[in-house]
Write a protein that binds this ligand. Structure first.
Ligand code: SF4
Length: 215
């Protein structure tokens, strides 16, 4: 398969600071002008895209390096006029999600949380085999991110916050959720929900990630 070069192979990042040169394959200098114009139109026309983009950039500029992500979400929710905040939580983060819900209340928002195990149906109901469970031959409730999204849609949330949904379950949640969605916690069961640590350690303890392996 022929490799298509992209920003992943860029050694200059010149689009950021204009202090170097663009590579030949650069996505900025070879840009499809129609796509670029389309994207700019989305930000320039009045509407949710513009509101979100301006809110995000305002927070970045005003509080750069000062606010935690919890605080940034509060600032973001306020700037986009959100009142009801949906929380799509992993059951393993229920305690932290409750604390977050409390913080939202204190700041004048209305939280509504749906936990991943909502509906409480056994994993075998969607075709998983007993041996694929964490503990075979026991009741093991499936994660139901589609139902989480539908609950939050029904509540007409203005903004949704993902609290550690599994890889893939988060994809389904995002696919079905109607409101704007952001993350507070990205799940990594091994690294204390700090997945970037594996990338920082590829020269040492996580060198193995740079060798092919079928997972
Ligand atoms: S847009 Fe161009 S300069 Fe920017 S990272 Fe991609 S390839 Fe590099």
């Amino acid at each position: 398969m022929q490799e298509t070069l992209s920003c992943a192979e860029c050694g200059t990042l010149n689009c950021h600071k204009h202090d170097s040169r663009y590579p030949k394959f650069c996505l900025t200098t070879n840009v499809d002008e129609a796509l670029l114009d389309d994207s700019l139109t989305s930000y320039q026309e009045e509407g949710l895209d513009r509101t979100i983009a301006l809110a995000a950039a305002d927070i970045e500029g005003k509080y750069y390096g000062e606010l935690t992500r919890v605080e940034e979400i509060l600032a973001f929710a306020r700037r986009i006029g959100a009142k009801k905040i949906g929380i799509a939580s992993c059951v393993g983060l229920a305690s932290e999600s409750k604390i977050f819900a409390e913080i939202l209340k204190v700041h004048g928002f209305q939280p509504f949380m749906a936990i991943c195990k909502v509906g409480s149906r056994d994993k075998t109901e969607i075709g998983l085999k007993e041996e694929q469970k964490i503990r075979p031959n026991t009741f093991e409730p499936m994660c139901n991110p589609i139902l989480q999204a539908k609950y939050l849609n029904k509540e007409k949330t203005d903004l949704n916050v993902i609290m550690g949904l599994c890889v893939g379950h988060d994809s389904l949640f995002i696919k079905y959720a109607k409101a704007t969605t952001t993350y507070l916690v990205v799940k990594d069961r091994v690294l204390g929900h700090n997945p970037i640590a594996a990338l920082h350690l590829t020269q040492t303890y996580y060198k193995k990630l740079l060798s092919p392996k079928e997972y």
